[in-house]
Ligand binder design. Structure first.
Ligand code: WT7
Length: 645
């Protein structure tokens, strides 16, 4: 495939950026015309951030899977679309060509239809990292069902909440998933999530681990049986549903600073154009290259840069089932060596954890095929950046530091590999079409005087094609969360610096959202889970810096009565029980790293918890706690400091 909109040098970047700002509609129309549309759009862009109401390519008709599959068949039919590397290194990898993937997606589309799924229905996907997950995603898209992938690390309770919020009636899952030395019983977790559920009509179960599962007559069916039936009918092609550009493509749940996770909604046309545009430009993808993104498809990174971005570009995408440290800390390097990977995209937390094993796991691994490296999910510290650059990229490969969010659908700030300058620990320049600004607490734009570097809250002035359209079932929540803090602007929730060259460095969240190992977790969500534990009176959760995870979770908990004397065993036992509760309510990824049982929390006279103080204590900064005189009970601070873990 050929990408006429691929930026080739710095001057072209500046020119593209300029055009994109002067006339965003004309700019994106000129990109979108290189895709397959059943009918061209009437209006390129209509928007109003106050509602918010954003519509790209209105009147346009398309199906994203025709862009990801059908349009490649003639020229790339025999090229690998997916290379799959299993969890166990001695199991055979699978290579799925575009032709085969197209066929499988068509067949599974038919399976969905046979099981009663209709256009617009919500289908929850709870699977491990096997090609069937990508097939299920694409089959939903092909028939116009809205997929909602739930990461395999979330608990039954979390699944149940998401099923309910999305009004999902269908689930596709696996018997289990292999992850490192573990076999995660996905279907059993689904069964727990479905206790008492009256709305789920069908559960399609794909075989992977063949762990014992219960199969309920009339509700649960095997993937393989359903596929066989379609194959035996000789079905190899199913026509794609014609979708409006603004029809929802998927829902993906993500944590915020308040309440339960919200369902971010992305639509067909704009998301497709932006996913492809950023994939081709940020990574400077060249036809034939093998792209390896280590994220899970359960996160936005896996949606955009394992599935839709690469496949819409006719690329070869590598899907890895396992984890970076199984069977040892050389696994990523083995995969790069074995499959001749050209582009490698991972999270800073993975880099830091592998860096801790030293350079031995890299020895003897042929990494000479690598051309581009990337990071995503959290700020990368300079030490990790240099290790990645030297030990993995052998100083030959540009590193793209890509800043974006579930809500943005694709990358908004990043250098373009080898095309625009890189600067360690800086995400650098905005993508074309992305108009950034930094504001103070009152929403006033901050502007630099002379060459100074300034800091502020990162906002965006105008829509790009893959901005979220709503939060499922609650548009007001979308408005309040993203568009109300600073009227007329999209607020990212991140703080950032901007230097004299216009480069951005993301400094981290300024709201009550944590970023633990690149996973987004709301403090309120963790507190709610802790508070569900019998005996817990109240809790406050804050983040603290962690050398590998980036941030870790510190929970201050008031436990019933005196925590020294209770009837439920030692403090350690109580803490383990609380961890178990969090694992049950959210999932193991939300478990606090430290739990301190306290007799009180620092509160203002009006009863508000002063997290600022707790954050400082958790960070180990106890000299300068700021003003504590407004506290209801200043003595409590002393006690907490003395008990610090
Ligand atoms: C938050 C979004 C985007 C895919 C993965 C996470 C942080 C993301 C970077 C980066 C510094 C980053 C931000 C953002 N973040 N990328 N390159 N440098 N911080 O998606 O779960 O929606 O989280 O991740 O704080 O707001 P997400």
């Amino acid at each position: 495939m050929h990408y006429p909109y691929q930026i080739k040098n710095l001057a072209e970047y500046h020119a593209a950026y300029q055009r994109s700002i002067e006339d965003p509609a004309a700019f994106w129309a000129s990109v979108a015309e290189h895709f397959t549309w059943r009918k061209k759009w009437d209006t390129t862009l209509e928007w109003n951030f106050n509602e918010p109401d954003v519509k790209w390519f209105q009147g346009g008709k398309l199906n994203i899977t025709e862009n990801c599959l059908d349009r490649h068949l003639e020229k790339l039919g025999n090229q690998p679309a997916i290379i799959w590397e299993p969890n166990a290194p001695d199991e055979q990898p699978r290579v799925i060509t575009y032709k085969k993937l197209h066929e499988k997606v068509c067949q599974f589309t038919q399976v969905l239809k046979n099981n009663g799924v209709k256009k617009g229905d919500r289908v929850c996907l709870y699977m491990g990292m096997i090609p069937e997950l990508a097939i299920a995603v694409l089959a939903c898209a092909r028939m116009g069902a809205i997929h909602s992938v739930v990461f395999g690390g979330f608990s039954a309770q979390s699944i149940s909440d998401r099923l309910q919020d999305a009004g999902a009636e269908f689930i596709v899952t696996c018997d289990g998933a292999f992850r490192g030395g573990k076999d995660i019983p996905l279907k059993n977790i689904i069964d727990d999530a479905l206790i008492g559920n009256q709305t789920i009509k069908k559960v399609i179960v794909c075989t992977r681990t063949r762990t014992p599962v219960s199969m309920i007559k009339g509700r649960d069916v095997w993937w393989e049986d359903e596929m066989k039936q379609v194959e035996e009918q000789g079905i190899t092609y199913v026509e794609a549903e014609e979708m409006d550009a603004e029809d929802p493509l998927f829902i993906l749940y993500t944590s915020g600073s308040t309440g339960k996770p919200k369902g971010v909604v992305h639509t067909c046309g704009g998301y497709m154009v932006y996913a492809n545009y950023t994939f081709v430009n940020v990574f400077q993808y060249q036809p034939g290259q093998i792209h390896f993104c280590t994220a899970d498809i359960g996160w936005i990174t896996g949606h955009t840069y394992i599935t839709y971005g690469p496949l819409s570009a006719g690329a070869t995408t590598l899907i890895f089932e396992g984890i970076p440290t199984y069977p040892n800390a050389g696994r990523f390097w083995d995969i790069i060596d074995k499959h001749r990977v050209n582009i490698f995209y991972t999270a800073p937390t993975a880099i830091r954890s592998l860096m801790a094993f030293g350079n031995a796991p890299l020895e003897g691994k042929d990494l000479s095929t690598l051309e581009v490296l990337g990071t995503v999910g959290e700020p990368i510290n300079e030490e990790a950046w240099h290790w990645y650059h030297e030990q993995v990229g052998k100083k030959r490969c540009p590193i793209v530091d890509t800043w974006w969010q579930t809500e943005t659908g694709g990358c908004l700030i990043s250098n373009l590999a080898g095309v625009t300058p890189e600067k360690p620990s800086w995400a650098t320049l905005p993508m074309p079409g992305v108009q950034l600004l930094l504001v103070d607490e009152n929403g006033n734009e901050k502007l630099a005087e002379g060459d100074e570097t300034i800091s502020g809250n990162l906002c965006i002035k105008a829509p790009w094609p893959s901005i979220l359209r709503t939060t499922y079932g609650d548009h007001e929540r979308c408005r309040i969360n993203y568009f109300a803090t600073y009227p007329g602007l999209y607020f990212t929730g991140d703080g950032a610096l901007r230097d004299k060259d216009g480069f951005y460095r993301i400094t981290g969240r300024v709201d009550d959202v944590l970023n633990v190992s690149g996973h987004r977790i709301g403090t309120a969500e963790v507190e709610n889970a802790i508070n569900m534990h019998a005996g817990v009176v109240e809790s406050a959760v804050v983040g603290f810096p962690h050398p590998v995870k980036g941030q870790a979770i510190y929970a201050f908990i008031i436990y019933q009565g005196s925590h020294q004397q209770n009837t439920h065993g030692s403090d350690d036992l109580i803490k383990s029980d609380i961890l178990q509760t969090v694992t049950r309510v959210i999932g193991a990824i939300a478990k606090p790293d430290k739990i301190q049982l306290v007799s009180g929390l620092p509160k203002t006279r009006s009863g508000k918890i002063m997290r600022r103080i707790l954050r400082k204590i958790a960070e180990g900064e106890t000299d300068n706690l700021g003003d504590t005189t407004t506290l209801l009970d200043p003595g409590v601070v002393e006690e907490i400091m003395n008990g610090k873990l």
